[in-house]
Every structure is written in C-alpha cells, then in structure tokens.
Write a protein that binds this ligand. Structure first.
Ligand SMILES: [Zn+2]
Ligand SMILES: [Zn+2]
Length: 304
C-alpha cells in the first residue's frame, strides 16, 4: 500500500492526518500550517505590535519550546520587535532543574536572551517545601498562583509589553470545561487569548491557543526539539484529567470538538472581559482586585 500524498503540496507523502479538516499533510506542510495558524491567531486578536517587546514563558516542555521556535521566526521578520524567554524555577528538584537546562540550551541555540527567576528568591519558599509542609490546598493551586505572579513580575522588570504563554488548544478547551463545571464566568472571560490591559499587569497573550496538543508534539518532533516530557511530580489536578479524557474521547468521535468548546467559551463571557477593577495589594503592592492579593493570601496561609 502506498502512502497517500500530501493534500497541500500534492508532492510529498503525507505523515499526518488531520481528522477535523480531512487534510493529510507532509512534515513540511504540517509545520508551515502550524506557523500560519499562530500568525493568524496573533492577527485575529491584535496580540502584537510591530515593536512589541515580548516575554515568553518557557518551561522546557514541548509547547513552550515549539512556540519559542515559531515566535523567533516571526520576530525576525519584524526588526522593531524583541523576544525574551523567561523561566520560573519553582524549586522542584529532579524535575524543574532538568527542564531549565533544556530551556537554556534552546534559547542559546536560537540566540534568545533567557531570564530565570525563582520562587526561592521571590517568596523564600520552594515548591518542594510547600508540597511537604502543612497546607490546605493541592500543591498545584499554590504553584499556579505563585508562578503567574512571578511571570508577571519578571516580564514587568524586563520592560516587556507582552507576556506570552504557550497554552495550546487542548489546555484552552480543558480550562473552558473546568470553568463551566465550576460555574465561574469570570474565569471564562480571563481565558481571552488576546489578554487585557490592566494596571500593573503585562498584557498576557496566548498565540499558541489554536494549535492542538498532538500537532504541537509533531512540530517538536519534526524540528528535533529536545524537551522535557516528564510530568511534574506534584501534578494532581484530578478534575483537569477528567476534562482531558472526556475531550479526547469526544474529539476522536466528533473531530473538531475541542475547537468548538474553546470558541464557544470565548463567546460566553465577552462582557466580563471589559470590566476588571484593579487596585493594589496592601501587603505586597502587586495589582489585585481584592485588598490582599491571592498570592499573599496563600503565602500567609502557609506561614501560619
Ligand atoms: Zn506537503
Ligand atoms: Zn500581595
């Protein structure tokens, strides 16, 4: 049996079938269609200006390294724009140290400035200490809040006007389902991939949000990107795992489901997106909608 030919270039043998579009693609056409999609996402949501200074959160996983590769190429076409990589060292021995080495190497190879900032420096605490200490919530809950704040602080201190993260389509669809299950419309609104301008926050953008996880994996593989594939030892988001399994089942029966879930979620809360009163935290001075920011609340609960 011969390999079907790529439906795009009609020359090379296809290596990848996209059930939701019916396309069969060769490696080169798959990679270029992923890049085109990122570019279209950026334009559709007005994510960048020609002179944007972009801080990209790079964890060392496949998504952030693939996006680093793609944004580096886009940035080259815009001489006024700048790209800087930012990594957060949460202090998870045997996991984060390895991914940081991978991230540093990737940045060096591409000639991109790389900054690392750590929970230990910012909060005098590591995730290893948080995970083994007394706490009320799952370790991931602390990590998520503290990492978001660390990324914002790092991007701000680098004078970046955009903070890009490599959330993929699967992440977005899972978050949409989780927010629906929790009845949290405000969080649905925060999912908007173009971000918002809020005082004290570097605008967060998600240029990778329409790329399915399996295509991201193919992109990393096609480019020979070395990435960390181990899950974090503290990962324990049981509800997210349920949402992932559910979406994967639905997607295989009804291709395109993840995309529909993601797009519908964005339509659900357009109003909330425009609001957003922001003051500053009375403890740390970081921007916060409440008198005390979530990071300080969690840090105090750990100290008590
Ligand atoms: Zn092709
Ligand atoms: Zn605070």
């Amino acid at each position: 049996m011969t390999q079907p030919t790529c439906t795009k270039c009609k020359k090379q043998p296809s290596i990848y079938h996209r059930p939701y579009s019916g396309e069969r693609l060769c490696g080169a056409c798959l990679a270029s269609s992923i890049k085109d999609r990122v570019q279209r996402t950026i334009s559709r949501h007005d994510m960048l200006q020609h002179d944007s200074r972009i801080a990209l959160g790079v964890s060392g996983g496949k998504d952030s390294l693939a996006l680093l590769n793609i944004l580096a190429e886009i940035e080259e076409k815009h001489p006024g724009a700048e790209l800087i990589a930012v990594s957060i060292d949460e202090g998870v021995r045997g996991y984060r140290d390895e991914s940081l080495t991978i991230a540093s190497r990737a940045c060096k190879e591409q000639g991109i400035e790389h900054h690392i900032t750590s929970f230990a420096d910012l909060y005098s605490l590591t995730m290893d200490e948080i995970a083994t200490g007394q706490r009320e919530l799952a370790a991931c809950s602390y990590c998520g809040v503290l990492r978001r704040r660390a990324l914002n602080q790092a991007a701000r201190s680098l004078d970046a006007d955009r903070l890009a993260t490599a959330h993929n389509l699967d992440d977005m669809a899972q978050t949409a389902i989780l927010n629906l299950l929790r009845g949290d419309l405000n969080r649905l609104a925060l999912m908007h991939p173009g971000g918002r301008d809020l005082p004290g926050f570097v605008r967060r953008i998600k240029p990778y949000c329409e790329v399915p996880e399996c295509e991201s994996a193919m992109y990393a593989h096609l480019h020979g990107l070395e990435f960390q594939s181990l899950p974090c030892p503290y990962a324990s988001e049981a509800m997210r795992t349920d949402a992932r399994d559910f979406l994967n089942r639905m997607e295989s029966k009804r291709p395109g489901t993840k995309n529909i879930v993601y797009r519908t979620a964005l339509k659900l809360a357009p109003e909330a997106r425009r609001t957003g009163v922001m003051g500053s935290c009375e403890t740390c001075g970081e921007p916060s909608p409440e008198p005390k920011c979530r990071a300080c609340q969690l840090l105090e609960s750990l100290a008590s």
